[in-house]
Design a binder for this molecule. Structure first.
Ligand code: BGP
Length: 460
């Protein structure tokens, strides 16, 4: 059985500025919240390794793009670092950043690798966070100006833009679960941050459409399908609540241009509704995307809460559902995350049935493995587990496409093993292994495999 994909399917991988560029304090780049947080609290980071220690794409992009070619990539996604391009968040543009991004984009084009460019991947400029970050509407305006600058500077060469990567993550991790800066726990503030992020998104989309450029613009969302533990109505309701809070809170405004009514009602009932201004509804309407990036790692298994919530504790999403683990699932070797390949199919079919079959692609999927060195043989990481992982997911993607889903590509997270937010280099995700000290890159077995898949437009 040969799984044949369209000949123009996007094969590639994804990365982000903060996780790959390095040079985090060089050539005019100002601090992002990550540079700042690492300076403040290095012990929060695995092995106390911070965002300066990367594969230094900033210096190695030319040879790295040659490696992409070897992997058979026809597309690659990364982000622009706002704090590199406009160090103060607003105002002067850094000419060294302009030449870096121009050269990098030109190099990709020369190699016939389509650049997919994201404008914001978790890395708020510190100067903007000091003004209140997404809680402050002035930061929304500054972001829109930054987006406009990017379209003007690079819009002739970039035809696929994304406003945000996983916008819910800074909301959850920064304002609910104490894992990203500014590490607070406050539901009302989280809701405000989420709302302003979507306003920023929608205005950037409108701005792109006004620019007269002929590309497309979208957003990248991490969608976590919510499965109820049983048919019991209480479990079903809990799963719907989790879906509402974690998926539809961004998916509905991004694709349909409106928030779900139930979500607005819930926020009102708990007095956590965001501040809005007249005209916001029309702004959100204008922000409907051309294309959606779907990041998929793991599902959410949900049951109804049996234990009472602590009314004195902070409000949390878990007031509305409880999580459980499926017994006997493949839990090993993947960052503790459940591997459930069919989840990607369920997402794609949901987009087909309920979101107008919006053009989409798998913008991240991948397997974070600890201690991968132990799988080295003949100098190559023999990551058969990653090949199986990607293959199984792709079989479900293939099936969804056959059933009419509008899925245009698949990108692995990530290209070269990269620095991760709190975990630094603990979990390795790349098609290419990185020796951090020597900066040596070595293609893993999965990298050799994907090159063949891309050249044959499918696999057995
Ligand atoms: C996604 C992010 C990526 C990447 C990936 C792996 O949420 O978009 O930036 O980091 O997850 O997760 P982690 O690095 O936390 O293991």
């Amino acid at each position: 059985n040969f799984y044949q994909f369209p000949t123009d399917f996007w094969w590639g991988s994804a990365s982000s500025a903060a996780q790959s560029e390095g040079a985090s304090q060089r050539d005019g780049k100002a601090k992002s919240i990550w540079d700042h947080w690492f300076e403040q609290s290095p012990s929060r980071f695995f092995d106390e390794v911070g965002p300066e220690d990367t594969s230094t794409f900033y210096d190695h992009f030319q040879s790295d793009i040659k490696l992409m070619k070897q992997l058979g990539h026809n597309s690659f996604r990364t982000s622009i670092s706002w704090s590199r391009l406009i160090p103060d968040g607003t105002g002067a543009v850094n000419p060294k950043a302009v030449s870096f991004y121009r050269n990098m984009i030109a190099e990709l084009k020369k190699a016939e690798i389509e650049p997919f460019i994201c404008l914001f991947h978790f890395d708020m400029p510190l100067a903007m966070q000091q003004k209140g970050g997404w809680e402050n509407r002035e930061v929304v305006d500054a972001y829109v100006q930054y987006a406009k600058t990017c379209f003007e500077l690079f819009g002739q060469d970039v035809h696929l833009w994304f406003t945000f990567n996983e916008p819910i993550v800074p909301v959850e991790q920064g304002y609910l679960y104490d894992a990203h800066y500014p590490n607070v726990v406050d539901f009302r503030r989280a809701v405000q941050v989420a709302y302003h992020t979507m306003l920023a998104h929608a205005q950037a989309v409108a701005c792109y459409r006004d620019s007269g450029l002929d590309g497309q613009i979208g957003i990248i969302l991490n969608l976590t399908p919510s499965y109820p533990r049983s048919e019991h109505p209480a479990d079903q309701k809990a799963a719907r609540m989790a879906d509402l809070l974690f998926n539809r809170s961004f998916l509905d405004p991004a694709v349909l241009g409106v928030y779900p009514k139930e979500l607005a009602q819930l926020m009102a009932d708990y007095s956590v509704a965001p501040h809005r201004q007249d005209g916001d509804g029309a702004i959100l309407q204008a922000g409907k995307v051309d294309v959606l990036g779907v990041n998929y790692y793991q599902p959410r298994r949900v049951k109804a809460r049996l234990n009472a919530i602590n009314p004195d504790g902070p409000m949390m999403p878990e007031w509305f559902f409880d999580a459980y683990e499926m017994p006997g699932r493949k839990m090993n070797r993947h960052r503790g995350w459940e591997i459930y390949e069919k989840g990607i199919y369920d997402i794609l079919i949901n987009l087909k049935d309920n979101y107008g079959n919006i053009p989409c692609y798998v913008s991240e999927n991948g397997m974070g493995v600890e201690g991968e060195d132990r799988f080295i043989q003949d100098g190559v990481v023999q990551d058969d587990y990653r090949i199986d992982f990607v293959r199984e997911h792709l079989i479900w993607v293939h099936r969804a496409i056959q059933e009419g889903a509008n899925c245009l590509g698949y990108h692995l997270w990530t290209f070269i093993d990269c620095w991760s937010w709190a975990n630094a280099y603990k979990n390795r995700y790349g098609f290419i292994a990185l020796d951090l000290k020597t900066q040596q890159r070595t293609i893993k077995k999965s990298g050799q495999w994907i090159a063949k898949v891309a050249s044959e437009h499918g696999f057995e």
